[in-house]
Design a protein around this ligand. Sequence first.
Ligand code: FE
Length: 337
Amino acid sequence: MKLPRLLATLLAFSALGASAQDKVLNLYSARHYQTDEALYANFSKQTGIKINRIEAKEDELLERIRNEGANSPADIFITVDAARLAKADELGLFAPVKSKLLEERIPAHLRSTDWFAFSTRARVIVINKDLVKAEDAQNYEDLANPKLKGKVCSRSGAHPYNISLMSALIAHIGEAKAEQWARGVVANFARAPKGGDTDQIKSVAAGECGVAVSNTYYLARLLRSEKADDRRMMDRITIVWPNQKSQGAHINISGGGMLKTAPNKESAVKFLEYLASDDAQRYFADGNNEWPAVPSVVVKNAALDAMGKFKADVLPVATLAKNAVAAQRIYDRAGWK
Ligand code: FE
């Protein structure tokens, strides 16, 4: 028997009411790893909450959330790099999340009141041993040493990974010394900045430059690569964990937060808490060859293990964001394009 159209419409609307409200989660993600599929499917299985996912580049997603304004369906925004998360925060997009579970699981230096890190990556030094002695490139500061003249390759100073590295240096050695450092590195460039981290690794392996910095997951990806050429390339480079006698290797993050306009706030908090669970931590971190943010969770990843143990900088990642503007100005003044 057919229901009168009006009644059917009313029933449909009530189904969208309070009871159904928490059964959906709208996720805007700048991550796009195959293993994330299993990560999300597992959440739906555990909670019955269906995930609608929109994947795009960070800036596109931020733009979209801003344009959608109060009507945005987005509940959660996930991206990489502390400076980018902080940018979303500065734009007032995140809502503070108070969760005992998240406070207990995620170390204090890997979260702010508005967003949480779920995995970490380190920014390390890579050298071509035929061109640079390992002892001459043990610290980020060494990259400015005139000994390395004509040997340093880099990606753009405007890239978030380098902005965050500079932000950490500002926190540790102050703005004046950080600027001196930037000028020293620029004076050592083998060529003008170009490409991404993988391009720097390739250039070091090819001998176009002697030293560069890279995020660890790019190195792990090449170590795990099915292409023999990639693995041969890794044979030609040496990874140095920077600043092991001082603050430790600079750490950046993947993370996310709940949006202020989130229509499904309860689901959103559940999802953030889920990402801090043992299983999710493994998926989330290992999917991109990163380390879990929750210290008790251990990932078995041969490529990461092969890189060895290291001392990580425990500078609060929220500090990276605070220094981001000063960091960009320093790169501009130093001519690190
Ligand atoms: Fe990256």
